[in-house]
Design a protein around this ligand. Structure first.
Ligand SMILES: [Zn+2]
Length: 138
């Protein structure tokens, strides 16, 4: 789930974003994984849509379209991901890649949504989830 206001700003087209998503799906699939869905918000921050993170519209769409149960996890590198997780009832993992390293400095600030866990990267985050699921559902 990503905010892609570059579309509304005309920095790129929907077709560009969707081409990148197809490429990502191909890469993950070639590595033996799978992606059930990619959701993005093409709107500007001040448009008031319900899909721009940290609003929960994309999670609600995914839950409905992919028939997902309540709960689950969100891995992200930004406060908006952590706040989306809090609002949508997801366990949140902040990764220290991408913007994460800068975001972690803000964790002590009042306005940063404290993550459930912090991981070095997405692989570590996935290991945390697998371990947590294993120990909580043996
Ligand atoms: Zn939106």
């Amino acid at each position: 789930m990503t905010n892609q206001s570059a579309i509304a700003r005309n920095y790129c087209r929907v077709s560009d974003v969707e081409r990148i998503h197809r490429h990502l799906i191909h890469l993950v699939s070639a590595a033996g994984g799978s992606i059930s869905g990619i959701y993005y918000c093409p709107h500007l921050p001040d448009e008031g849509c319900d899909c721009r993170k940290p609003r929960t519209g994309m999670v609600e769409s995914a839950r409905e379209e992919l028939n997902l149960p309540d709960g689950g996890y969100i891995i992200g590198d930004a406060d908006s991901d952590m706040e989306l997780g809090r609002r949508a009832g997801l366990k949140t993992i902040l990764v220290l890649t991408g913007r994460g390293k800068d975001q972690i400095r803000k964790i002590e600030l009042e306005d940063f949504t404290r993550p459930w866990k912090i991981a070095e990267d997405i692989s570590s985050a996935v290991e945390m989830i697998l371990l947590f699921d294993k120990t909580s559902n043996p």
